[in-house]
Ligand binder design. Structure first.
Ligand code: G1P
Length: 290
């Protein structure tokens, strides 16, 4: 079965980026010249996703506008003969009807956000992308995972090893090695203290889930931080179905963190031929002062 739908939880307030996010959706913060959310949406389409489901909230109007036509800008660019830019903004607007918006009207956690999309997803496996996790790679991580799903036919999460003292920021796995880049999840726990973590293998924000997950999300049980956690629902799902961890190829940046966000900007800017040399020169100058 093909993965056709992807859920994007985008209701978060982005308090870590205040004041930048006081009146602006955190997903609209740019990495180089593209909003964080656009990287994730492009990744989804590249992986063959046909329908994007944004679980949004108050104050996120810019997100909707970003993926819509902008007649004023298009008109101006056309008038000025800036055809490249015109093409660029026209191309980022997905075909009518491919983006669906629903609202999470209370901040009850990631698990609750996904549950808000249950009727739109229906009875089929689907992807979840957390746009804060930006991954630099040749083959987008969701494409890597869809390929694995074709063979494994089971739920999976992208995983990577993190520093032992960072486990309280992630869903952490107790897992068994299956092959090269695949582990079978035996248990999982959301944001454990380092001394309680079963490993340092952490979930990163890309998932493929079977619709059975909604049965458990619907129970509304609160977990770490008093929130309804996706990790807890997956943990219950484990009793019925296998879930795999996929050690993706790529370098991950945590754009939900100020330092991680700056690193992403630098790494992605260094990939741009028009900026690369200038930046390297600047970094070398800076290094002299370190
Ligand atoms: C969420 C998940 C967590 C996962 C992380 C990846 O946490 O709950 O299991 O490891 O994303 O970024 P958040 O970062 O939203 O607190």
């Amino acid at each position: 079965m093909k993965i056709k739908k992807a859920v994007f939880p985008v209701a978060g307030l982005g308090t870590r980026f205040i004041p930048a996010t006081k009146a602006m959706a955190k997903e609209m913060l740019p990495v180089v010249d593209k909003p964080i959310i656009q990287y994730a949406v492009e990744e989804a389409f590249e992986a063959g996703i046909e329908q994007i489901i944004f679980v949004t909230g108050r104050g996120k109007k810019a997100l909707e506008d970003h993926f819509d036509r902008s007649f004023e800008i298009e008109h101006t660019l056309q008038h000025k003969g800036k055809d490249d830019l015109l093409k660029q903004i026209q191309e980022l607007v997905p075909k009518t009807g491919t983006i669906i918006y629903t609202r999470q009207n209370q901040p009850l956690g990631l698990g609750h956000a996904i549950w808000c999309a249950r009727d739109i997803v229906g009875d089929e496996p689907f992807a979840v992308l957390l746009a804060d996790d930006l991954i630099q790679t040749d083959t987008p991580v969701l494409s890597q995972m869809v390929k694995k799903f074709d063979r494994l036919r089971a739920s999976m999460a992208a995983v990577m090893e993190v520093e032992k003292d960072q486990t309280d920021k992630y869903g952490i796995l107790d897992a068994t090695h299956v092959e090269d880049d695949i582990v079978r999840i035996d248990d999982m726990i959301e944001k454990p203290d380092p001394d309680e973590a079963p490993s340092n293998l952490a979930i990163i924000g890309r998932y493929i889930l079977t619709p059975k997950i909604f049965d458990f999300l619907g129970k509304g049980k609160k977990g770490a931080g008093g929130e309804i956690q996706l990790t807890d629902a997956m943990r219950t799902l484990l009793k019925d179905q296998p879930i795999f961890g996929y050690k993706f190829k790529g370098k991950r940046f945590d754009c939900g963190d100020k330092a991680g966000f700056q690193m992403a900007n630098l790494a992605f800017a260094l990939e741009r031929p028009d900026m690369r040399d200038k930046l390297i020169k600047f970094i070398k100058e800076l290094q002299k002062d370190f």
